[in-house]
Design a protein around this ligand. Structure first.
Ligand code: FPP
Length: 258
């Protein structure tokens, strides 16, 4: 009896979500969604847990949202997992965050492969611990031919550093005669960024009530639609992502036109 009641209570919500997803798929789906996954620390604090417990819970949400994004037919999902500024955090927390890609990919890489997800990364590889880089690079190699969702981790990523490094390379190529100053366009410059070939995000989601960009994809977000929520990342569920999609589909994108 209790089981039946539970089933009856659960059914409407999940079928409602399925229906909403069907409707979303009938309209324009954002090709590229970027997420600033914020609020892990506060989630843990509210439960009197160490901050790293929030990051661990946040990792589970990455799995859920990746599956959903792939199911919806989104082409790319960029997740801000560690910024160039996050090194300022206590060593214990940094070490923990650097272990998460290994743990995540250690458990879910077979699932990602099965679901045709392609793993990529943006950010400076140089300062990453070798165990972190090894896990990411293995995933990138193992999924390189996959044609489904591109799951792009922004790891040790900072937008200003990305632009400075792009600018340096542009100058090197100009001096070498590979590139003519007069021929530099926005498209040329975009090809020097780490996001080359990925396309700009159509939708940016930031959780936890913070309304700022925190040095994330400053060039690429020029015409992106923003969606902010007070929900903390570890509490972010399928229905929140679906809500963001629905809101996106109700927006009118004009790209500066009328
Ligand atoms: C910001 O929340 C979050 C981060 C700096 C880390 C985000 C990482 C994950 C969600 C896990 C990533 C998973 C993989 C697979 C790499 P915060 O700690 O600043 O939260 P607070 O503002 O409440 O303190």
């Amino acid at each position: 009896m209790i089981n039946k009641l539970k089933l009856w209570k659960k059914q409407p919500q999940s079928s409602n979500l399925q229906e909403r997803m069907t409707l979303i798929k009938e309209q324009q789906i954002p090709s590229h969604v970027a997420i600033i996954m914020d609020g892990n620390g506060r989630w843990a604090k509210k439960r009197a847990l160490p901050r790293v417990a929030g990051h661990h819970e946040g990792m589970k949400v990455v799995r859920k949202i990746t599956k959903l994004a792939n199911e919806l037919g989104i082409q790319a999902l960029t997740l801000y997992a560690f910024s160039t500024e996050n090194w300022k955090r206590p060593k214990l927390e940094v070490d923990y965050l650097m272990k998460l890609p290994e743990e995540f990919l250690g458990s879910f890489l077979p699932e990602l492969i099965e679901e045709n997800v392609k793993v990529t990364m943006i950010g400076e590889k140089e300062n990453l611990p070798s165990h972190t880089l090894k896990a990411i690079e293995k995933a990138m190699v193992d999924t390189k031919d996959n044609t489904g969702l591109v799951l792009n981790f922004a790891l040790n990523y900072g937008s200003r550093a990305e632009m400075v490094s792009a600018m340096k390379q542009v100058m090197i190529d100009c001096e070498a005669g590979v590139l003519d100053v007069e021929e530099i366009t926005e498209e040329t410059f975009a090809n020097y960024l780490m996001t080359k070939g990925l396309g700009d995000p159509d939708l940016l989601i930031r959780t936890s009530g913070e309304i700022r960009l925190s040095n994330f994809m400053l060039w690429q977000l020029a015409y992106t639609e923003f969606w902010f929520t007070d929900v903390l990342w570890p509490d972010f569920a399928e229905e929140h992502f679906v809500q963001a999609m629905e809101d996106y589909q109700n927006r009118q994108r004009r790209f500066g036109g009328v």
